[in-house]
Ligand binder design. Structure first.
Ligand SMILES: Cc1cc2nc3c(=O)[nH]c(=O)nc-3n(C[C@H](O)[C@H](O)[C@H](O)COP(=O)(O)OP(=O)(O)OC[C@H]3O[C@@H](n4cnc5c(N)ncnc54)[C@H](O)[C@@H]3O)c2cc1C
Length: 337
């Protein structure tokens, strides 16, 4: 393990921001992780997975620990289900493709989400009607202060919409080292009602789609809608979809009857942040090298040499305008560092 000083993180975050880490080290085993933590007790630490959910607005004055623990295996099975454990540093999409190649069902709708397996519980990642909490069993995490491993059950993770205990009660206290998922071996619970999956599957006339066909459909839809960070720096959806009260929604609806919405409960309604941002006039706008994607108002982009601060300024401008026009506060999904 080599600790590097003044290390550029440009290739380690999908926004492509050229911020520097005071120190950087990649760890490949839990023993390495333990050693690094023990040897650097007094240093501030920053945990880095795939860098696909962060906006670096400044240099990171910390020891950046890049989690690169690898390996995946079946740890238990019965006639219907299989329990699969993956180490935190495995690439999520490659892991999903591997489960599909084994005909294990449950993760196919979350194909092509960037990042690492170990980060998936942090914000309970989700797409196309599925979230990690639907198949999550537990995760192991190392306590940064004591270096002890603790197993977090699903209940302890306290998952919500892009939320978990790792963003709140135990924030910055634990490093997730592995995750266990319970997947189906047969009678897969196919979920194709969301978004354009059915439309995409129809192109290939699949009446009883396989896991692979669903995954391919999701990949095709995502590729057609979202910019690839390799071509255009971004972090996916920059904001969460706000949840507002039904009373508030009804007031806005008088002025904007066409506003899309999803009923969450008798008293709450979720509104697409992308629609609000588009209506506020930001879609496709560019401010120097920072901007809003031309097809996806929810995605902020780096056209080349934007700084994290410039992208943050654009995001604040969007938040203020949406608040002024609709009375709705939209919250960043991306971790602003
Ligand atoms: C093009 C694009 C599309 C996306 N689409 C989706 C989507 O559909 N659904 C969705 O939910 N997300 C989506 N995202 C966001 C992102 O892919 C997920 O949030 C992903 O889980 C982040 O993983 P990462 O390893 O890159 O995390 P990082 O960006 O490296 O880290 C994110 C946060 O977690 C912390 N962290 C990292 N690793 C660990 C660990 N092992 N233990 C504890 N804390 C850790 C970091 O300190 C940081 O605060 C998208 C991103 C992009 C760029």
């Amino acid at each position: 393990m080599t600790i590097q000083n003044n290390f550029s993180l440009k290739n380690y975050n999908t926004f492509g921001i050229d911020a520097k880490a005071k120190q950087f080290v990649a760890v490949h085993s839990t023993q390495d992780l333990k050693t690094i933590l023990q040897q650097n007790q007094s240093e501030p630490k920053f945990i880095l997975g795939g860098g696909s959910n962060m906006l670096l607005t400044q240099d990171v004055q910390a020891l950046v620990i890049h989690i690169d623990l690898r390996g995946k295996k079946v740890v238990k099975e019965d006639a219907d289900f299989v329990w699969v454990e993956s180490q935190a540093g495995e690439n999520w999409h490659e892991f999903v493709l591997w489960t599909i190649s084994q005909d294990f069902g449950g993760l196919e709708n979350m194909s092509l989400i960037p990042g690492n397996v170990g980060t998936t519980p942090v914000q309970n990642i989700g797409a196309y009607g599925t979230e990690i909490k639907d198949t999550f069993v537990s995760c192991d995490a190392m306590n940064i202060a004591s270096q002890e491993l603790k197993t977090f059950s699903k209940e302890e993770c306290n998952f919500g919409y892009r939320e978990s205990v790792f963003k709140h009660d135990v924030k910055d206290q634990f490093i997730i080292t592995s995750v266990i998922f319970k997947l189906t071996k047969r009678n897969h619970k196919i979920n194709i009602s969301y978004g354009d999956i059915i439309k995409e599957l129809e192109k290939h006339s699949s009446s009883a789609p396989t896991l692979k066909e669903i995954s391919n459909a999701v990949i095709a839809i995502r590729k057609s809608k979202l910019p690839d960070p390799k071509d255009l720096g971004n972090s996916g959806s920059f904001f969460k979809n706000p949840i507002i009260s039904k009373v508030h929604y009804e007031k806005i609806q008088v002025l904007h009857p066409e506003m899309p919405h999803y009923i969450i409960s008798e008293t709450e309604v979720k509104v697409p942040a992308g629609w609000l941002i588009e209506r506020a006039g930001f879609k496709g706008k560019r401010f120097g090298d920072a901007g809003i994607h031309k097809n996806q108002a929810l995605v902020l982009v780096n056209y080349g040499n934007a700084t994290g601060q410039e992208i943050l300024n654009v995001s604040k401008d969007i938040q203020a305008t949406v608040l002024q026009q609709f009375g709705i506060a939209i919250e960043a999904e991306v971790n602003v560092i």
